[in-house]
Write a protein that binds this ligand. Structure first.
Ligand SMILES: Cc1cc2nc3c(=O)[nH]c(=O)nc-3n(C[C@H](O)[C@H](O)[C@H](O)COP(=O)(O)OP(=O)(O)OC[C@H]3O[C@@H](n4cnc5c(N)ncnc54)[C@H](O)[C@@H]3O)c2cc1C
Length: 252
C-alpha cells in the first residue's frame, strides 16, 4: 500500500525557467522518503501565498490555494522532487510560481495521488502522447525507463503551439541521440520556424500513424488538456486500439 503524505513542508531549491512560460520547480527531499510512481501527481498548497510588489491576491480571494501538479522527476531521484508548470492565460498559481516562488520558500505537499501510472510489468512497447505541460508525467516515465535500463521501445508524440514552447526539448533530443529505443516526434499547431521539418497541426490519426509503429503492440499514455485527451482516445479507438491499452490524465 502506497503511503500518502499530507501537507509535508518541502523547501523549494530551484525554480528553473524552461521556456517563455514554463518552469521546473524543484523541492529538496533532504532524506525524506517520498515514494511515488512515474505519472502520479501531488497537491501543492501555498499557505500562505507570499504577496509582494510583484504579486497580490486580488478580490479578497483566499490567501491559501492548492493545485495539482504531476511529478516530472523520476521517483529514483532521491535528491529532489520536480514539477513542471506552464503558465495558463489569466492563471493564478502558475503565474505565482513564475513570478514569486523561489529558493527557500516552503510549500505544503500532499500525495502522491493518481492512477495514471507507468506499468513496468507490461511487455508492450510504450507510446507517450502529450500536449504542453502534459509532458510532465511523461517525462517522469521516460526518465524512469532510462534510469532503470528497461529494454523497451518508447515513442513520444508531443504537441505544442510553437517550437519555442517545447518543454524539455534538449533533454528529449539527448535521450533520442543516446538510445535507439527512443523516438520523439513533435508537432506544432502554430509553426514559428521556417525550417521546421517536424509534424504540423493537432494530434490526429494521421500523425499517430506517421510515427511508424505497430499500434497494436503499444500501451498508450496520454496527458494534456481534456479536449486533446478525448480526441486522441477517440482516434486511437478508431485505429483499432483496445481501450484497455490506453491510460489517460486530463489537466482539467
Ligand atoms: C491531475 C492534474 C495534474 C496536473 N499537473 C499539471 C502539471 O504537471 N503542470 C501544469 O502546468 N499544470 C498541471 N495541472 C493543472 C494545474 O493544476 C492548474 O490547473 C494550472 O496550473 C492552472 O492553475 P492557475 O491557478 O494558474 O489557473 P486557474 O486555476 O485557472 O486560476 C485562474 C483564475 O485566478 C484568477 N486570478 C488570476 N490572478 C489572480 C490574483 N492575483 N488574485 C486572485 N485571483 C487571480 C483569474 O481571474 C482566474 O479566474 C494539473 C491538473 C490536474 C487535475
Amino acid at each position: 500500500m502506497q503511503q500518502v503524505h499530507r501537507d509535508k513542508e518541502l523547501e523549494v531549491s530551484e525554480v528553473k525557467k524552461l521556456t517563455e512560460d514554463s518552469y521546473a520547480v524543484r523541492f529538496k527531499l533532504n532524506n525524506f522518503d517520498f515514494n511515488y510512481f512515474p505519472g502520479q501527481f501531488v497537491m501543492l498548497k501555498f499557505d500562505p501565498l507570499i504577496e509582494n510588489g510583484e504579486f497580490k491576491v486580488l478580490n479578497d480571494l483566499p490567501k491559501t490555494q492548492s493545485r495539482a501538479y504531476s511529478m516530472s522527476s523520476s521517483p529514483l531521484n532521491k535528491d529532489f522532487l520536480e514539477i513542471t508548470s506552464k503558465r495558463t492565460p489569466d492563471g493564478f498559481i502558475s503565474d505565482y510560481m513564475a513570478r514569486v516562488l523561489g529558493p527557500g520558500h516552503i510549500v505544503k505537499v500532499s500525495g502522491p495521488y493518481g492512477k495514471f501510472v507507468f506499468d513496468e510489468n507490461s511487455n508492450e512497447d510504450i507510446f507517450l502522447i502529450g500536449a504542453g505541460s502534459g509532458i510532465s508525467p511523461l517525462m517522469s516515465m521516460l526518465r524512469y525507463i532510462i534510469e532503470k535500463n528497461f529494454n523497451k521501445n518508447v515513442t513520444m508524440l508531443f504537441s505544442n503551439k510553437r517550437f519555442s514552447d517545447v518543454i524539455w526539448y534538449d533533454e528529449l533530443m539527448e535521450i533520442q541521440d543516446k538510445y535507439k529505443t527512443f523516438k520523439c516526434y513533435f508537432t506544432l499547431t502554430q509553426k514559428d520556424h521556417e525550417s521546421w521539418d517536424g509534424f504540423e497541426g493537432r494530434i490526429n490519426s494521421n500523425l499517430i500513424k506517421n510515427c511508424n509503429v505497430d499500434l497494436m503492440k503499444q500501451i498508450f499514455y496520454i496527458c494534456g488538456p481534456p479536449l486533446m485527451v478525448d480526441t486522441t482516445v477517440k482516434d486511437l479507438k478508431e485505429l483499432g486500439v483496445d481501450e484497455s491499452k490506453i491510460k489517460i490524465e486530463k489537466y482539467e
